[in-house]
Design a protein around this ligand. Sequence first.
Ligand code: SF4
Length: 382
Amino acid sequence: MTITISEPMGKVSRGTVTVTLNGNEMASFDLEGRLLYYAIGPTVYRRSIYNQLFRLEWHGGEERIIARIDDPTFVFERAYTLARETSQLSGDPSLKDALKGVAERTTNWLSEDAKKVRSLYGRISIVPPDLYFSTYLQLTTGCTWNLCTFCNLYKDRTYSVKTPEQFLKHIRAVQSYLGKGVAARRSVFLGDANAMDVSQKLIEQMFVNIAEELENPPIYSFVDAFTTPKNLTRMDFGRLHGLGLRRVYLGLESGDPRVLKILNKPMNLTEAKEFVAQLKSVGVNLGVIILIGAGGHKYWDDHVNMSCKVVEEMNLGIGDIVYLSPLIETQLYTRLVDGLHLGTLYNGQKENQMEQILQKLKQSRKVNCPVVRYDIRESFVS
Ligand code: SF4
């Protein structure tokens, strides 16, 4: 395939190299040559590190996946052709240098590269939407609770914790895999679901290791309000904040205790609010997730009103985020909802509920942070 480039252009910035053709076509790569994004006209694609390609759309500034491309070969080949021809025609030495490695990559190389990701992590189940493009480090595997009726994310694995030696080896293996591509990733997500559910001594040592190996990146992780506070105190979180912990992500799911019971999430809402207050008092920000559609039709009003009230009582502000995440029914959850005659919400109804909560929180004077959509089907690590 040959592309005639009338105006070869490109730039190297923030650990990525981007090439454009006539303002109509664009491909961006990390400095190891991994394709990140490709766009032609209004159509934009994102490639995950598992080598899946997704077509994207933007709604109000939020990226949404609208389709997975079954055969991405054409896009991959076109992106590398564009990189090669730009490399040949460009007179910019730094661009030529950055494109040298990119131009050598191929579709087959991308596929082999993704196999290395699988051997490093197995399956990465989920990351928050603002961290799709972080360095994923897996201190623990799975979820300590793993019994929520709506969640199948970690049912395929038992909870385990790496030893300090294993984790250090893991960090270095991830660094070695990313190579020069690490320059594009300016934060660390510590997984899986309960990376913070380890002893204070171990977690602090792991934070020190991350800071030393990856030059003090900001660190993010999931927590929950019913196991994490048993392991780590407010003072522990204060020290972790000093070692790089910026924001933790908490699945509130609902402010209605009856809905939490249906979800089998053993969380006491008063304790959850106290936990949030402790985190905020030491400078750790929160990402609070509300599950859209939880509790079905029967609890619709209470789920909306009580969830918004709990979020208001958390005093969220600068650096915090509220995520509205449509529930994806598991078989177990569906059986429960049917048995209790709660009435499952269809997609359009979930959109209505999301809009209702969105407007309520946006109009609240007590919620001073962004409220955004979080569709876990879009949670593919880039
Ligand atoms: S929702 Fe969170 S706490 Fe519940 S099983 Fe899933 S990962 Fe574990």
